[in-house]
Design a protein around this ligand. Structure first.
Ligand code: NAP
Ligand code: COA
Length: 258
């Protein structure tokens, strides 16, 4: 992707930034000149992401589970100690599996809410003291499930709707400190773990692509471009928005369903 924003001298942390869409976001910020930190549960994934991101300048990796508030706090503090104040934080760690409400166990429901919703809260709270003021930007990765009810997605719908409300509440509370908090809502993004789980067959993938008004699934760079904008001064009056990067999918109610 060609960088159209200049992030030289800026620092960006992407929670859950070691694969898929979030890694694409981290790559876009690195390509635009930022010093990037990423973190997730798997040491192997963290190491691979850091190696991939570290071409132009060193990238920083942290192993943590977003459900562990102390570990998340340690990672954000460690990154801030290395880079100074943080310009942009993206919170994108998430879990998903298709399961009917009658079949999902209480622990299965809780696992997804803990990762997506409580994890987002942990990342926001841990980032807060380290953000550049004024001018810092926090971005939470949402999903169509936050706005549209879907079968086999009760856990994700509940969790991501909560994520959007975290975004909006923080936008109100932190705006006066010169921090902006926004969300990005990807549509179906090709080649990702999320789509592999929700559309596991070629037929389902074709159905997903055809259900997007633009006639194709997205790619991680489509989501990253919105993050580059939201993290930049060009978005200095955008606060509390959930910006779609979905080819218009939500306009017709994310019609693919499950
Ligand atoms: P993905 O590749 O599985 O990315 C999830 C990332 O989060 C990975 O880096 C994973 O690394 C990390 N992670 C998962 N659980 C974690 C935990 N408990 N603590 C810390 N890190 C954790 O999935 P993706 O499909 O690209 O999705 C990325 C984001 O986009 C998610 O927020 C998802 O809801 C959203 N989204 C995706 C789509 C889509 O089409 N794929 C559509 C709408 C929204 P580890 O395994 O190492 O922890
Ligand atoms: N259907 C129904 N329930 C499932 C399930 C499935 N496909 N996969 C997991 N669960 C349930 C488990 O049975 C367990 O409940 P139980 O204790 O009552 O049996 C609960 O969810 C937690 O599972 P566990 O494997 O211990 O959780 P984890 O914390 O190791 O992993 C997940 C979290 C389940 C969300 C896992 O899929 C994950 O790590 N996902 C990250 C990658 C991802 O989902 N990417 C797409 C992002 S959109």
């Amino acid at each position: 992707m060609t960088a159209t924003f200049d992030y030289s001298g800026r620092s960006v942390f992407v929670a859950g930034g070691t694969s898929g869409i979030n890694l694409g976001i981290a790559e876009a910020f690195a390509a635009a000149g930022a010093q990037v930190g990423v973190g997730s549960r798997s040491q192997e994934k963290v190491d691979a992401a850091v190696a991939r991101l570290g071409d132009a300048r060193p990238a920083f990796g942290y192993v943590f589970d977003v459900r562990d508030t102390e570990a998340v706090t340690g990672a954000l503090s460690g990154f801030a100690e290395t880079v100074g104040s943080i310009d942009v934080v993206v919170s994108g760690a998430a879990g998903n599996f298709p399961a009917l409400a009658r079949d999902i166990s209480p622990n299965g429901f809780k696992a997804v809410v803990d990762i997506d919703l409580i994890g987002t809260y942990h990342v926001m709270k841990a980032a807060y003291p380290h953000m550049r003021r004024p001018g810092g930007s926090l971005i939470n990765i949402s999903a169509p499930q936050a706005q549209v009810a879907m079968a086999q997605q009760i856990h994700v719908c509940a969790a991501k709707a909560g994520v959007d409300m975290v975004t909006r509440c923080l936008a109100i509370e932190w705006g006066s400190e010169g921090l902006r908090v926004n969300g990005v809502c990807p549509g179906p993004i090709d080649g990702t773990e999320g789509m592999a789980r929700l559309a596991p067959t070629p037929e389902r993938r074709a159905q997903a692509a055809a259900s997007v008004p633009l006639g194709r699934m997205g790619v991680p760079a489509d989501v990253a471009a919105v993050c580059l904008f939201l993290g930049s001064d060009a978005a200095s009056y955008v606060n509390g928005a959930i910006v779609p990067a979905d080819g218009g999918w939500l306009l017709s109610g994310a019609p693919m369903g499950l």
